[in-house]
Design a protein around this ligand. Structure first.
Ligand SMILES: NC(=O)c1ccc[n+]([C@@H]2O[C@H](COP(=O)([O-])OP(=O)(O)OC[C@H]3O[C@@H](n4cnc5c(N)ncnc54)[C@H](O)[C@@H]3O)[C@@H](O)[C@H]2O)c1
Ligand SMILES: O=c1ccn([C@@H]2O[C@H](COP(=O)(O)OP(=O)(O)O[C@H]3O[C@H](CO)[C@H](O)[C@H](O)[C@H]3O)[C@@H](O)[C@H]2O)c(=O)[nH]1
Length: 331
């Protein structure tokens, strides 16, 4: 049996491919490299460059690799601010891309998929920690595109028997502990890589977007999860489907929140650098607090995250940023 990883050259995908290869799993990767990096893909995985919406290309990938019985799907755009300005780009790549993919999967008879959903499908939460059964009311096109993917999956399961697990990640941070792969987005918009770029000297200062939120220190609170722990959850989710269980969704987070100021303080402690920061206006669309209730994944999948300490997560990310201040340097 082999697993097809879509978007396996991206930040989270490359860590998952690495983890799968480490466990001796046969891995086939498809990535258009629109935001990913060829150098991030473990050399033991078979790599195809192409778009998941290109059906003739995807048919060939399945035909050439008949051992594929399950798909892990990361291939999407995920910048909230960009999605507000270019919503159709998100509905096209994320939502239409999923439809095109499911058509081919149905055709070739591969009927298991684990895919990246997001905390952004919840919008402004009515309560924290957020449970899987809480209302999903996205406040940006990115979150909406992912919620549409979840809904399309439900109907595709009902009609074609394609079983799915939607994994709703909270804030992903950290890198492979040996520092060989890590996060390299361009532009970078996420808090921790920006903080560490300042520490590494490739960015002048951090801007903290708002300090008047309804949180203990006034800055937003987020729940951070390491890509290796996410990778393990994907592997468990594929096993769960292979055991014949029904489709469902899981939150993936640490169930602990850290404010933006707490992240800055922890990063100063880990790096020993001053990391200059200044206050800036709120960024539109930021909910006060996002914390996952992730006991369902722990109970049902047996998920046991290893990186349960924010200092440990930051240490792994710092190892990557300190040794790769300009990322993969491939564009
Ligand atoms: N980073 C986070 O904090 C976070 C949080 C929640 C959910 N997610 C989701 O996780 C997934 C991975 O996120 P990431 O941070 O690794 O992003 P990323 O941009 O690093 O990775 C996405 C990968 O998919 C590829 N890709 C995009 N569209 C494609 C297409 N149509 N065909 C083929 N390849 C395509 C890109 O080249 C890239 O390698 C995304 O679906 C994202 O929405 C990310
Ligand atoms: O330069 C910066 C960058 C970010 N922030 C703040 O840091 C916090 C975290 O922001 P990120 O951009 O790192 O992450 P988000 O919480 O906005 O979003 C991330 O997590 C979400 C789920 O929680 C979605 O999945 C989304 O795709 C993913 O990017 C926010 O309060 C943001 O305003 C700053 O203060 N300064």
């Amino acid at each position: 049996m082999a697993i097809l990883v879509l978007g396996g050259a991206g930040y989270i995908g490359s860590h998952t491919v690495d983890r799968l290869v480490d466990r001796g799993v046969d891995v086939v990767v498809v990535d258009s490299l629109v935001t990913g990096h060829r150098a991030a893909v473990n050399s033991k995985a078979k790599f195809y460059q192409g778009d998941i919406a290109d059906q003739p290309f995807m048919r060939d990938v399945f035909k050439e690799n008949p051992a594929i019985d399950a798909v892990i799907h990361f291939a999407a755009f995920s910048l909230v601010a960009e999605s507000m300005k270019k919503p159709l780009k998100y509905f096209d790549n994320n939502t239409s891309g999923m439809i095109k993919l499911l058509e081919v999967m149905n055709e070739v008879g591969v009927k298991k998929i684990v895919f990246s959903s997001t905390a952004a499908t919840y919008g402004i939460p009515e309560q924290v920690p957020i449970k899987e059964s809480d209302p999903q009311q996205p406040i940006n096109p990115y979150g909406e595109s992912k919620l549409m993917m979840e809904k399309i999956m439900r109907w595709s399961d009902q009609a074609y028997g394609i079983k799915f697990i939607a994994l709703r990640y909270f804030n992903v941070a950290g890198a492979k502990p040996d520092g060989s792969i890590g996060e390299d987005h361009n532009p970078e918009t996420h808090l921790l890589p920006i903080v560490l770029q300042v520490a590494a000297g490739t960015r002048e200062k951090l801007q903290i977007f708002g300090d008047d939120y309804d949180t203990p220190d006034g800055t937003n609170v987020r729940d951070y999860v390491h890509p290796f722990d996410l990778a393990d959850a994907h592997i468990l989710a594929v096993d769960y489907l292979r055991q014949g269980h029904d489709s469902t969704a899981f939150n993936l987070g640490s169930s602990t929140g850290f404010s933006n100021m707490e992240i800055l303080k922890a990063a100063r402690e880990v790096t020993g650098k001053p990391i200059p920061a200044e206050l800036a206006p709120r960024r539109p669309g930021d909910p006060d607090t996002l914390i996952a209730a992730s006991d369902k994944a722990r109970k049902v999948l047996g998920w046991k995250p290893q990186f349960d300490d924010i200092h440990k997560i930051i240490e792994t990310a710092w190892k990557w940023h300190a040794t790769h201040p300009n990322g993969y340097q491939d564009r």
